[in-house]
Design a protein around this ligand. Structure first.
Ligand code: ADP
Length: 177
């Protein structure tokens, strides 16, 4: 029993989440200030399954989570079928379009593909609990916050790697997973 307690308090969400200490920051999309081209660059330069959507880079307030495949399909469709959608069109995930000069190109509303309540845990959540949540809710990913600000992400694969690592370090701990 003691071993279990020791194990359960050892690793926290912040130890498993990405980015790690010296990694580049999380790749996020802002809710109403990025263009079609900005988002296409992100899609082309990263391979992540999804991206957190934030109010602004400065605030890092989480708005939701958008899947890469939904972004690709929606932008492709809009470029083909929606009049006035060009590289400089602003994408917005908010209810209402952001105020822009009248001469700006048509905006692209993508609120419908946004998951407005992605699962989140705080950075201090013990990994034992995170593992449990992943199992019970069948999560693919979970966002990590600190004082309401987005800090990182943990994917199902990150969790599986963590479990394997724990099992390697301490064969007994597998009993508790
Ligand atoms: P998987 O973990 O199944 O390979 P991803 O390709 O989405 O799924 O993620 C690869 C790695 O990058 C994971 O370690 C994950 O924590 C991290 N990651 C996922 N999404 C992002 C993101 N938007 N920005 C930075 N890192 C991310």
């Amino acid at each position: 029993l003691e071993a279990k307690e020791e194990f359960s308090h050892k690793t926290l969400a912040m130890d498993v989440m990405r980015p790690r200490r010296n990694d580049p920051p999380l790749t996020v999309i802002t809710q109403d200030s990025m263009t079609v081209e900005d988002v296409e660059v992100i899609i082309n330069e990263t391979t992540y399954s999804g991206y957190p959507v934030v109010v602004s880079r400065e605030s890092q307030r989480l708005v939701g989570f958008v899947l890469r495949r939904d972004l690709i399909i929606s932008i492709e469709n809009a470029r083909k079928k929606q009049d006035g959608i060009v590289s400089t069109s602003v994408i917005y995930f908010t209810d209402h379009s952001p105020p822009l000069p009248p001469s700006s190109p048509s905006m692209l509303k993508l609120r419908s593909i946004l998951d407005l309540s992605p699962f989140t845990v705080t950075d201090q959540t013990p990994m034992e609990i995170v593992v449990d949540i992943f199992r019970k809710l069948g999560l693919r990913q979970c966002l990590v916050t600190h004082n309401g600000k987005l800090l990182g992400i943990i994917t199902k694969k990150d969790v599986l790697k963590h479990i394997a690592q724990m099992a390697n370090q301490d064969p007994d701990s597998i009993l508790f997973n």
